[in-house]
Write a protein that binds this ligand. Structure first.
Ligand code: T1G
Ligand code: NAD
Length: 688
C-alpha cells in the first residue's frame, strides 16, 4: 500500500508513502481514489488531511510512466474526485509540491505548508504543459498574470511568497501534521471557499495576452512548451472550465510525444544520474568539512564563494598581503552581487564572508580536508604550489587543480601521496556555472575521485568525469567550434550570419559574440602555448585581430566594433578587410542558416566521438551535460550527442564527408557510428 488512512477524531489523515519523491504512479492514484471513496462514505469524517512521508510532498507525475500507455485512474479525474469530495481536503506540504503534485494540492480545498516548502508547475522544463488542470485552476486561484509566470517559466515558489500570492492558505511552523489537523478543524467550522472549478478567472487588460506572448516567445527562443502553456492559461481565461480542461489535456498529449519533450526527459534523467556514476558505486568518498582555495582571482574567488554557499569554512591563500586583500574583495563583490539580486539577505552575505580566512601562510592548511588550486595557468607556478601543499597538508587531504589546459599529471609530478590528487575544472563564474569536469590522473585513488563527485553534490553542480587531453571534454570541443566558425568566414560567411545561425539553433550567443564577451586574449595565450608544444592551432583571423589588440568588448572591438558603453555588436570594416585578405585563396560560396549550423555542429559531434573513442568521456550523456551546462547548448535539444542521434549518425557522416571534400571540415573519425551510448530512453527523431 502506498497510501494509508488514519484518524484523529473527525479528521482523517491520508498519508502517501512512495519513495523517493512520492511520484503519482498508477498505484498511488488508485489508492488515493479509493481513499476518497472510503472517506466520502464515512459520516464520522468531517475533513481530510493529505500529507506525505519521506523527503517531500508529491513531486509530480511519475516520469517513468511517460513512455507507457496511460492507466486509469487518470490524474485529471483523480484531482476532480478530490475537488468534488463530500469533505474538504487540506494538502499539507513539505519539500516540494510539483507538477501533478501541486495539481492534486489545487484539487484540495486548502493548502498549507512548512516554511521550507515550495510549490510549482515545472512541466515546461520537461517540454510539456501541466496535464491535470494546473493551467485551468491556477488562474482561478491567483489570476492570469501570476499563473502565466509560473507555468511558462516552471520556477517553483517558496512558501512565504506562495502565501503572499495566495497559492497557499497558511505557512505552519512546527509539526506539519498537527498544524494541518488544527487548520482543518478550524476550517470546517467556517464557511468553505468554493472549489476552484466553480470560481471565475479575474479579468486582465486588453493588451495582456499580446504583450505576454511576445515576452514568452523571446525568452523561450525555439522551445515550444512555454508558449503552449500560455495558450492554455489564455483558454482558461476565455472559455469555460471543461473546455479549458480539454484544451490543456490535448496540448499535454501532443507535447508529451514531441522530440523536445523526449530531449528534456533525457536531460532530466541524465542530470540525476550524473552525481552517482556506476563505476564509483560502493566507493566511500572522503569527508569534506573544510576547504581551502589557492589563488583569489576570477576563478579562485568564484570557487571560494561556491564552497561558502555550501556551508564550508574556507581558507583563501594568496601570494602576498595585497593579493589576499584583492582576493577577499573579489569575494565580497560576489556576495554583494547575490545580495543585490535578492538571492541572499544581508545577514547571510555577512556570514558567508565571515567564513573566509585570507592568508599567505600555507601552514594554516595542515588540517584542511580539501584544497583547490586556482593560481596562474603556469606549470612552474602550479608545481611550486603543490610541492608546498604536499608537505603541509594531511596525507588524506584531497588536493585539486583547476587548470584548464595544463596536464594534471605534470602538475602533480613528484608530490607526496599522488593518490589524493585530481583535477576539478570549474567554469567561470564558478559560483554560478553548474558544470564541474572531474579529471583523475593515473594515480588518483577511487576514494579521491568519489570525493570529487561528492563535492559536486554538496555544491549543487553537475559533475562529469573527463580524461586528460588538451582542453578535457568541453574546451576541446570548443576549439573545434571556433575553428569551424573561422573556416566559414574564409569560405564566404560573415560573423553576423554565423552568430545569427547559431542563435537560431538555440545557443544564447553565437561563437564570435561569445569570444568578444569573454576576450580573445585567453585563447591567444593558449594557442601560443600549443605552438610551443609543436602544435599548429587554426585561428588565422583571430590571430590577426589579437595582433591589432582587438581583444573584444573590453578593448572596444574584437570580431565586432562597439560604441563606448554599448555592448551591441556592430559590423567592423577592419574585420571585413582582414577576412577578405585571409580568404583570398578559398573558394567563396553562399551560406544558408542550416548549412552554417551543420558546418559548426557536425564537426563538434565528430570531435565528441573521438573523445568517446579515446575514453576521455565515458558516456555520450556526459558530453550532453558538458555542452548544456558549460556552453549553453540548448537543453531542449537534449545535448550534442542526443541531437546527433536524432539527426542520424549516417546522415551526419555523409555531411562531414561533403564538408571534408571541400576542405571545410575533417572527415568523420573511425568508428563514427559507434558512440557507445547506454541509454534507457527510447530514441525519437530530433528536429532541426
Ligand atoms: N518521477 C519519477 N522519479 C522522479 C521524479 C518524478 N517526477 N522526480 C524525481 N524522481 C527521482 C529521481 O530520478 C531520483 O531518482 C530521485 O527521484 C530523487 O530525485 C500531469 C505532467 C522532487 C525537487 O518535474 O524536481 O507532474 O536517481 O535526485 O534533489 O502535470 O527530483 O534516486 O533513482 O532530484 O531531493 C513534474 C522533478 C512531473 C519534478 C527532489 N515534476 N523532480 O530533488 O532529489 S510532470 C517534476 C525534482 C507532471 C502533470 C505532469 C526533484 C525534487 P534516483 P533528486 P532531490
Ligand atoms: P587570475 O589571474 O584571475 O587569478 C590567479 C590568482 O592566483 C591571482 O589572484 C594571483 O595573485 C594568484 N596566485 C598566483 N600565484 C600564486 C601563488 N603562488 N600562490 C597563491 N596565489 C597565487 O586567473 P583565473 O582566471 O582565476 O585562473 C586561475 C586558474 O583557473 C588557471 O589555471 C585557469 O586556467 C583556470 N581556469 C580559468 C577559467 C576562466 O574562465 N578564467 C576557467 C576555468 C579554469
Amino acid at each position: 500500500m502506498t497510501v494509508t488512512i488514519e484518524r484523529n477524531g473527525d479528521i482523517a489523515i491520508v498519508t502517501i508513502d512512495n519513495p523517493p519523491v512520492n511520484a503519482l504512479s498508477q498505484a498511488v492514484r488508485q489508492d488515493l481514489w479509493n481513499a476518497a471513496e472510503t472517506l466520502d462514505a464515512d459520516p464520522s469524517v468531517r475533513a481530510v488531511v493529505l500529507i506525505c512521508d519521506g523527503r517531500t510532498f508529491i513531486a509530480g507525475a511519475d516520469v517513468n510512466e511517460f513512455g507507457k500507455p496511460p492507466m486509469p485512474p487518470h490524474l485529471p479525474d483523480l484531482v476532480a474526485r478530490i475537488e468534488t469530495a463530500a469533505k474538504p481536503w487540506v494538502a499539507a506540504i513539505h519539500g516540494s509540491a510539483l507538477g501533478g503534485g501541486f495539481e492534486v494540492a489545487l484539487g484540495c480545498r486548502f493548502r498549507i505548508a512548512v516554511p521550507s516548502a515550495s510549490v510549482g508547475l515545472p512541466e515546461v522544463r520537461l517540454g510539456i504543459v501541466p496535464g491535470a488542470g494546473g493551467t485551468v485552476r491556477l488562474p482561478r486561484l491567483i489570476g492570469p498574470a501570476l499563473a502565466t509566470e509560473m507555468v511558462t517559466t516552471g520556477t517553483p515558489v517558496a512558501a512565504q511568497k506562495a502565501r503572499s500570492q495566495g497559492l497557499i492558505d497558511a505557512v505552519v511552523e512546527g509539526d506539519l501534521e498537527k498544524g494541518a489537523i488544527d487548520f482543518a478543524r478550524s476550517a470546517i467550522d467556517q464557511s468553505l471557499p468554493l472549489p476552484l472549478r466553480q470560481r471565475g478567472v479575474p479579468a486582465v487588460d486588453a493588451t495582456f495576452w499580446e504583450t505576454t506572448s511576445k515576452a514568452v516567445a523571446t525568452r523561450a527562443r525555439r522551445e515550444d512548451a512555454p508558449l503552449r502553456a500560455l495558450a492554455c492559461v489564455r483558454k482558461a481565461a476565455e472559455a469555460d472550465f471543461e473546455t479549458a480542461m480539454a484544451f490543456e489535456r490535448q496540448t499535454f498529449l501532443e507535447l508529451r510525444g514531441s522530440p523536445q519533450a523526449a530531449a528534456l526527459r533525457h536531460v532530466f534523467f541524465t542530470e540525476r544520474a550524473a552525481p552517482r556514476p556506476p563505476e564509483l558505486a560502493g566507493v566511500e568518498p572522503r569527508k569534506i568539512r573544510s576547504a581551502a582555495v589557492i589563488g583569489g582571482g576570477t576563478m579562485g574567488a568564484g570557487i571560494a564563494a561556491a564552497l561558502r554557499d555550501a556551508g564550508l569554512p574556507v581558507t583563501l591563500v594568496e601570494r602576498d598581503e595585497a593579493a589576499v586583500e584583492r582576493g577577499l574583495s573579489n569575494l565580497r563583490s560576489i556576495f554583494e552581487g547575490s545580495l543585490k539580486r535578492g538571492k541572499i539577505s544581508p545577514d547571510v552575505a555577512a556570514e558567508r564572508l565571515a567564513g573566509v580566512t585570507g592568508t599567505t601562510d600555507y601552514s594554516q592548511l595542515s588540517a584542511t580536508d580539501l584544497v583547490i588550486e586556482a593560481v596562474f595557468e603556469d606549470l612552474d607556478v602550479k608545481r611550486e604550489v603543490f610541492s608546498r601543499l604536499s608537505t603541509v597538508c594531511r596525507a588524506d587531504a584531497v588536493l585539486a587543480t583547476n587548470t584548464s589546459y595544463l596536464n594534471p599529471e605534470q602538475i602533480a609530478a613528484g608530490i607526496r601521496h599522488p593518490e589524493r590528487f585530481l583535477g576539478l575544472h570549474f567554469f567561470s563564474p564558478a559560483h554560478v556555472m553548474k558544470l564541474l569536469e572531474i579529471v583523475p590522473t593515473a594515480h588518483t585513488a577511487p576514494a579521491t575521485l568519489a570525493t570529487g563527485f561528492a563535492l559536486a553534490r554538496m555544491l549543487n553542480k553537475i559533475p562529469v568525469r573527463a580524461g586528460i587531453c588538451d582542453g578535457f571534454i568541453g574546451n576541446r570541443i570548443l576549439k573545434v567550434t571556433r575553428a569551424q566558425a573561422e573556416r566559414l568566414l574564409l569560405a564566404g560567411a560573415t560573423p553576423q550570419a554565423v552568430d545569427a545561425a547559431m542563435r537560431s539553433f538555440g545557443l544564447p550567443m553565437g561563437p564570435f559574440e561569445a569570444q568578444d564577451l569573454g576576450g580573445l586574449d585567453i585563447a591567444a595565450f593558449q594557442r601560443k602555448a600549443a605552438r610551443a608544444r609543436g602544435e599548429t592551432p587554426f585561428a588565422p583571423i583571430a590571430e590577426r585581430l589579437c595582433a591589432l589588440e582587438r581583444f573584444g568588448q573590453k578593448s572596444g572591438g574584437g570580431w565586432y566594433d562597439y560604441a563606448k558603453g554599448d555592448r551591441t555588436p556592430r559590423h567592423s570594416d577592419i574585420v571585413a578587410d582582414i577576412i577578405a585578405g585571409e580568404a583570398r585563396e578559398t573558394p567563396q560560396r553562399e551560406w544558408d542558416e542550416a548549412s552554417i549550423i551543420d558546418c559548426i555542429v557536425l564537426p563538434m559531434v565528430n570531435e565528441a566521438t573521438k573523445i568517446l573513442n579515446e575514453k576521455v568521456a565515458l558516456r555520450a550523456e556526459d558530453i550532453d551535460l558538458v555542452e548544456i551546462h558549460g556552453y549553453g547548448f540548448p537543453r531542449w535539444r537534449g545535448g550534442l550527442m542526443h541531437y546527433a542521434e536524432g539527426r542520424g549518425l549516417a546522415e551526419i557522416a555523409a555531411r562531414l564527408d561533403e564538408f571534408a571534400a571541400n576542405g571545410l571540415a575533417e572527415p568523420p573519425c573511425n568508428h563514427f557510428e559507434n558512440i557507445g551510448r547506454e541509454r534507457e530512453i527510447p530514441l525519437e527523431k530530433g528536429s532541426n
